[in-house]
Design a protein around this ligand. Structure first.
Ligand code: FAD
Length: 329
């Protein structure tokens, strides 16, 4: 297929190019996801806007915010996030999520903006000859077909899981994202950025036509904050999560002052494990039974015929994450 490649030199120019034809124009960053979609025939944009030609420094790199948090530009590579000393020491779950995703080659090219906005990995969506609701088809063949990798909660006609590891970690860490267009900027808590098929079958986030994601911002960490990211997958490299968990505990005087626990691989959006959070919050570390924390991870799961294995996997991974953080304390 042929497409036109535009190379803006500023964010404002990129936004104008997007605004000119928002339905046929898509941004391309590292290209590790979009180019395979084009090659496989599941995306057919007429125009690509190359974000890597933009010279605005604010789109690349990791900087301290005034309140002691961190801002990560959308064009920052996954490898740079994984290696950043401030992220490794203060937001370990994000460094671990970034460092363990995909392969070194993908991490070197792939960007944060691309990772958060990548399209689903469902086989039925990714196959050009298969009818799929997300590509305008009239039915989903995944449910009577192979649902092993699909969601166990939050499905509604479509049963994708959100593929991004950084999305799960950033949600647990309470990050926000900034998006820009010719109308200006808006900042959205990342928890509100992702949407499931019950809200919109065709999209996985609230990015409007003509908007670009420009940054993610992490709040300053509490003094007793510790975090971890664990991921279960079939192969140790280059594989998406069957289930993952990002657990963030704020521990003060041996008591859990606050808990944020988010699962990947189980729902169309990063899934907040409120049952686990309620179990942990306010509890003395010595009174926590990790298996009980894990058992509460998914509320009312609705597995497909061949993915119920994800429920004990989520419980066990959550229990391990909690035990890991309490031992580290
Ligand atoms: C073999 C393999 C294994 C992988 N394993 C994992 C894994 O385990 N975990 C995981 O999380 N990911 C995994 N991935 C996905 C990979 O991380 C993404 O392909 C990569 O992060 C996308 O970044 P990119 O810059 O290349 O995005 P691109 O391919 O350039 O873009 C991806 C999508 O995001 C949009 N986009 C890009 N930047 C922006 C922006 N700033 N604003 C708005 N939209 C934007 C594009 O239009 C496109 O739709 C894997 C990929 C491969 C090929």
């Amino acid at each position: 297929m042929t497409f036109q490649l535009l190379q803006p030199t500023s964010l404002a120019e990129a936004c104008s190019m997007l605004a000119a034809a928002p339905d046929e124009t898509v941004p391309i960053a590292g290209g590790t996801d979009l180019l395979s979609e084009i090659r496989d025939g599941t995306a057919w944009p007429s125009t690509l806007i190359a974000l890597d030609s933009i010279t605005d420094a604010s789109l690349v790199g990791i900087t301290e915010t005034r309140d002691g948090g961190l801002r990560i530009g959308a064009l920052t590579t996954i490898a740079d996030i994984a290696a950043h000393e401030g992220i490794r020491s203060r937001y370990a779950a994000l460094a671990q999520a970034a460092g363990g995703l995909a392969t070194p080659q993908v991490r070197n090219l792939g960007t944060l903006g691309g990772n958060l906005n990548q399209r689903p990995r469902c086989w039925y969506y990714r196959h050009p000859l298969t009818v799929c609701l997300k590509r305008g088809g009239d039915r989903c063949y995944a449910v009577p077909g192979v649902g092993k990798y699909l969601c166990v909660t939050g499905g509604d006609r479509c049963f994708i899981v959100h593929p991004s590891d950084t999305a799960t970690a950033l949600t647990a860490l309470g990050a926000s994202v900034t998006v820009a267009s010719t109308s200006g900027e808006r900042t959205i808590p990342i928890e509100d950025y992702f949407i499931g098929p019950d809200v919109d079958l065709m999209r996985e986030n609230v990015l409007r036509p003509g908007e670009l994601l420009t940054a993610a911002t992490l709040p300053p960490p509490a003094a007793g904050l510790r975090s971890v990211y664990l991921k279960a997958r079939e192969r140790e490299s280059g594989d998406f999560a069957l289930v993952s968990v990002a657990a963030v505990l704020d521990i003060a005087d041996s008591t859990i002052a606050a808990a944020s626990v988010v699962l990947g691989g189980v729902a169309p959006t990063p899934y907040r494990a409120t049952g686990t959070e309620d179990y942990l919050a306010g509890r003395a570390g010595t009174a926590v039974v990790p298996a009980d924390a894990g058992a509460a991870a998914i509320t009312n799961p609705r597995p497909l015929p061949d993915n119920a294995y994800k429920i004990p996997m989520a419980s066990n991974l959550t229990a391990r994450a909690v035990a890991n953080l309490l031992t580290a304390a």
